[in-house]
Ligand binder design. Sequence first.
Ligand code: UDP
Length: 455
Amino acid sequence: MREMEERGQRSNRRLVLVPCPFQGHITPMLNLGSLLHSKGFSIVIAHTHFNHPHPFGFPNFTFLSIPDCLPKDVLSSGDAAAIFASLNTNCEGPLRQVLSDMMAQDGATESKISCVIYDSLMYCAEAAAQYVKLPSMALRTSSIGTQLIFSELPRLQKEGYFPAKDHSSKDPVPGAYPLRCKDLPLFTSDPEPMMRLIATTLDIKTSSAILWNTVDCLEKQLSDQVQKKYHVPFFSLGPLHKVAPASPTSILEEETECLSWLDKQANNSVIYVSLGSLASMDEREFAETAWGLAKSGQPFLWVVRPGSVRGSEWIELLPEGFKEAIGDTGHVVRWAPQKDVLAHRAVGGFWTHCGWNSTLESISEGVPMICRPCFMDQNVNARYLCHLWRVGLELEGDLDQKEIEQAVRRLMAGEEGKEMRLRAAAFKDQIKLSIEKGGSSHAAIEELVNFIISL
Ligand code: UDP
């Protein structure tokens, strides 16, 4: 009864969520919205026009579109620092306006905005909230391990370790265990604008808390270490896709028929291959991957995102003879329902680019990984997966079909793979306990709800 009354009161409290417009960021923010909605809060998603989330699946949310005026040439440059600078500059004014309008409407009613929760890459939301005198909180969608090394980059730059001179060097980086030179975040463009962007996102200014899509059984020690640098509470709420009611968060359409293909495969037999929503490969790498998978003899489900093979629309550059060689052993899709795929009994391994969402989704289902990071924080995640948590094996150097074939065999059929699968299964169990009553994420969620009410 008391619970119901409290919920009723909370529905007058609105939370304005500001996602960053990329798949790996939209998903955790929408999941956070679903989670907080299930706790009784009203949810408003203030999103950009560019890469806007789909409102279907969230009938109880209010979606407000913010003009981002992102110039086409900035977007097509692929220059992350320039894209985020432009997004933040262009969105701050419209966000202020949206918040002021909502507050003016609230004047005559019982409802009020409790706070603004923004992806730390959309730091303009903190400024907009401060301008209209609303509290704000930052959501970090990457790992705490990444945040830790990001905060060390200025020091490492001074000491000559960053950007790494040799991206294949396995020398340890002083004060950055377990990272080696090759594990430092890899920026594809000039590091200076990225360094400025990172420094801006690390400074939470007036925000009252930092919310993390992570879980103590993976990152508690790191969380304690990073928390010392801040004077606000941390809430490790994740994995958000596990604690939130299931909802469709994909921008691209999911090809769900691949689940029927998986139904026909033996337990733990399929290797799932996906490089996430941004990474790409060239024609040679594509051909090596195709033959490596084919020659491994292992069934595979391969996501080839349209445009992810440079110079082609989709799979036109598949090598001749490949389709005949694989028959029904392999299945290629444009975009998969990844969480369902990883939870499927037939999937026994994941070749991943080690994006943080993919990392969490795989560990949560006890699926061991072949780690092939591409850029930014993916190198850091790969190192944690392979060295600390020991649920992944590294696929290094230039992509080569022989090495791919061997890596797939090691993971899917070898002794090493078996051990990694056992460790991943143990993490799956620990994560399950973390999100149940008495677990760390469960407790953090309750604390966050009370914290929001106290604002
Ligand atoms: N994803 C998906 N279907 C696919 C490939 C990826 O649903 O075919 C989802 C995946 O479940 C994850 C997100 O896209 O939630 C990718 O985020 P991640 O942080 O792993 O990588 P990013 O795309 O940001 O590089």
